[in-house]
Design a protein around this ligand. Structure first.
Ligand code: ATP
Length: 503
């Protein structure tokens, strides 16, 4: 499904199987598929979009609604050039590009090295990358020649022109974050001038990636869920006693730089130790603790597949003081991969915008004037969707079925309703039950093919409960509920159905 631009990086048969289910059942497909598609552009079908909506709702509830002084806003995706001069993206948002002299295939030099030499190339300079490519006689993934132009930096911003004059330059936002920085002053004033203040955005980001690949792990248009926490820098290590006491009880699953060469996937460390030994400030630890809860308790990721990885100075984005990535172990790729990051951006963005716009972005708070600092909780939504498809997928050969064991809150469809046959009053009763349940949750009505086939189809898209209406239903007002994971069936009264399903 990937074209020439998107070569490589994916392992395993499960990816092929999941892709074929996704295409057939309506999770996702390449955009403009009938024109051959374009690497890095994907569309969601009805199931994928519902899965994404469910992720958005869980994120909104957990990070915005249940969090004090946190608000969601919406911002433009097209922003004038000055914004990205101020943020530093025009100067620094670059990836290393290399071109084969023979076939002119262009791709990312760091990924090329990582795929071939199995080392982390994210921290290498352009010169080091060029030397590694020459020294190891790496071959072009397209034509196998080993003659390349020197790698050079490539800016990933998508330029757009505003209006008809051709002079008004703008760019598609490469992250939702800038919207929150631009909105900060207004939101601070509209929400009674208190810190910490959280501004969240669920929105689109655009990056002209050199080598989009690995299904939709690396896209050119993608969605982000980002929360910027603005706070007084003097309070970064100063949580209120109750909150600190609460999180002190917790352990975090981390992979710090001092474990870089160990074989462990992660180590489990008490929050207090991370504060004292690793010098991570308390306000940052609070965000890590929230994030771990979101993944383990809300999204129900398997514990052994989640970790925070510390990035070193060379790997960190240009604006970050402290940076731990949120990583999950993908069976697809047979390694931990980044789903998001917690970035201590300090005053980089607000100071940059103040300098270029000449607007005063200082606040008066705690009896002093200052530019707030920011810790960003940044997640890529599409990568999370890919992780759900990987983590919750099972192939049960003995039962001749594939399943997505999504948690109930994520499942695109929670319940399917089946009339056993299309006669003897069963469709009418099934329709009645379907309408009753549909008021409360997502329900699919399926009356085609044998019951066995309908169960398999429901398992394949992650439906948790199948309800069958048969001859006995008409007589004794009971139905069968079949559970996706255990395949066990039980008979319940229609009047108890909602209670039994917990809806
Ligand atoms: P990477 O190192 O993989 O290029 P990044 O560190 O540049 O990602 P951030 O700028 O921190 O990414 O963006 C936050 C999140 O947005 C990432 O963790 C990821 O989940 C998502 N993201 C970034 N780039 C892409 C992309 N090209 N396609 C899909 N998701 C992306």
């Amino acid at each position: 499904m990937e074209n020439k631009e998107g070569a490589g990086g994916v392992k395993g048969d499960s990816m092929d199987l999941i892709t074929s289910i996704a295409l057939k059942r309506g999770f996702f497909w390449p955009s403009a598929e009938i024109y051959g598609g374009k690497a890095g552009l994907f569309s969601y079908g009805h199931l994928g979009k519902t899965l994404k909506n469910n992720f958005d709702s869980l994120w909104r509830k957990f990070f915005i609604e249940d969090n004090k002084n946190c608000y969601e806003i919406e911002y433009s995706s097209i922003l004038p050039e000055q914004v990205f001069i101020a943020s530093g993206h025009l100067e620094n948002f670059n990836d290393p590009l290399i071109e084969c002299k023979k076939c002119h295939f262009r791709f990312r030099a760091d990924q090329f090295i990582e795929d071939n030499l199995k080392i982390n190339a994210g921290e290498k300079s352009i010169e080091e990358m060029n030397n590694l490519i020459v020294k190891n006689k790496l071959k072009c993934p397209n034509c196998k020649a080993n003659d390349f132009d020197s790698a050079k930096w490539f800016n990933m911003m998508f330029p757009v022109q505003i209006g008809a004059t051709g002079k008004d330059m703008a760019y598609l936002a490469p992250e939702t974050a800038q919207g929150a920085f631009l909105a900060f002053k207004r939101e601070f004033e509209a929400t009674r001038k208190k810190l910490p203040l959280g501004i969240g955005i669920l929105g689109k980001a655009f990056r002209n990636e050199i080598s989009p690949r690995q299904m939709f792990f690396r896209l050119r248009e993608f969605s982000q869920a980002e929360l910027q926490m603005f706070f007084d820098p003097d309070e970064v290590n100063n949580l209120d006693e109750k909150t600190w006491k609460e999180i002190l009880k917790e352990d975090l699953q981390v992979f710090p730089q001092d474990q870089k060469d160990s074989k462990k996937k992660f180590i489990t460390i008490k929050i207090d130790e991370l504060n004292k030994k690793y010098k991570i400030p308390k306000f940052y630890l609070l965000q890590m603790s929230k994030m771990q809860k979101f993944y383990l308790e809300i999204l129900k990721f398997p514990k052994d597949k989640f970790r925070f990885r510390e990035l070193n100075e060379k790997e960190r984005a240009f604006y970050n003081k402290i940076h731990w990535d949120i990583e999950v172990y993908f069976d697809f790729f047979d390694e931990f991969k980044e789903l998001g990051g917690i970035h201590y951006r300090a005053d980089h963005d607000l100071s940059g915008h103040q300098k270029i716009s000449k607007e005063n972005l200082e606040v008066f708070y705690n009896e002093k004037k200052f530019i707030p600092h920011v810790i960003e909780l940044s997640l890529g939504i599409d990568r999370n969707i890919l992780a759900f498809l990987d983590l919750f997928f099972k192939e049960e050969k003995q039962n001749d079925r594939t399943i997505f064991s999504f948690p109930d809150t994520l499942a695109p469809i929670l319940i399917s309703v089946f009339p056993l046959v299309n006669k003897e009053g069963m469709p009418e009763k099934a329709e009645e039950i379907y309408n009753m349940l549909k008021e409360k949750t997502t329900v699919f009505y399926d009356d085609s093919a044998s019951i066995g086939k309908r169960y398999r189809r429901a398992d394949e898209i992650g439906v948790k409960y199948c309800i069958t209406i048969d001859g006995d239903t008409i007589k004794d007002k009971t139905v069968t509920i079949r559970d996706r994971d255990s395949m066990k069936q039980r008979r319940v009264k229609i009047s108890d159905l909602r209670k039994e399903l917990g809806i």
